[in-house]
Ligand binder design. Sequence first.
Ligand code: 13P
Length: 262
Amino acid sequence: MSRRPLIAANWKMHKTVREAVDYAGELVPRVRDVTDVDIVLAPPFPALPALVDALADLAAAGRIAVASQNVHAEPHGAFTGEVSPPILQASGVTLAIIGHSERRRLFGETDSGVNAKTRAAAAAGLTPIVCVGETLEEREADRTFDVLDRQIAQGLAGLPPARAGGAVVAYEPVWAIGTGRVASPDQANAAHRRIRGRLATLFGDAAGGACRIIYGGSVKPGNAAALMAQPHVDGALVGGASLDPVAFAEIVAASRPRAQPS
Ligand code: 13P
């Protein structure tokens, strides 16, 4: 099955509203002709509406979309400081990053919390980008697949198969995030293959084949093409290198599907 590449920028806690709009102005001309890659930008919360506006033309054409970096699991209520999927959806946001390892490590997010957020996001019509990945300690103890199996089973539990197939899973080995130490294409592909097998077991072959599994962890313009050439790598979730629109556009360009031999 051919899956459309998806390249997402996770800006983390970087960029003001003004900087986000300036970035859009730099990025759009560089990706205007890219019709075969889905592009996603995930800015801090305050920049979401401005970015939705700044990207409206390409968003209307279905080519670029805006994601939040987090959501709350409840639709509304007394949850000071939180933002719900329906509020995001009403702001023009169409995807939500959920369970990033920084949120798991620094903010105590658990698999069951990730699951509640994933189901809430999907129910509100947002595409969840569910992040999974092992620590260095887990990899060295040969527990990578056990960790991925658990994070997938618990994180996506209860999703209807069609929603699981429409979701995005981001494989982000914790040891590769912000370290400059990228997973090798083989390491990434093996993890993605495992995740896809797990999805197929849980949600059926159609969902397993449709779900896009993207790689995150020190993706740069120079290593994107080799990662994207792997059969189970459907895109990238880019941190540091996504802060520069020129570098991010280069990663998008490196991710375009190869011309099929006729
Ligand atoms: P870096 O690309 O900076 O390693 O960050 C990856 C990441 O965490 C994306 O969500």
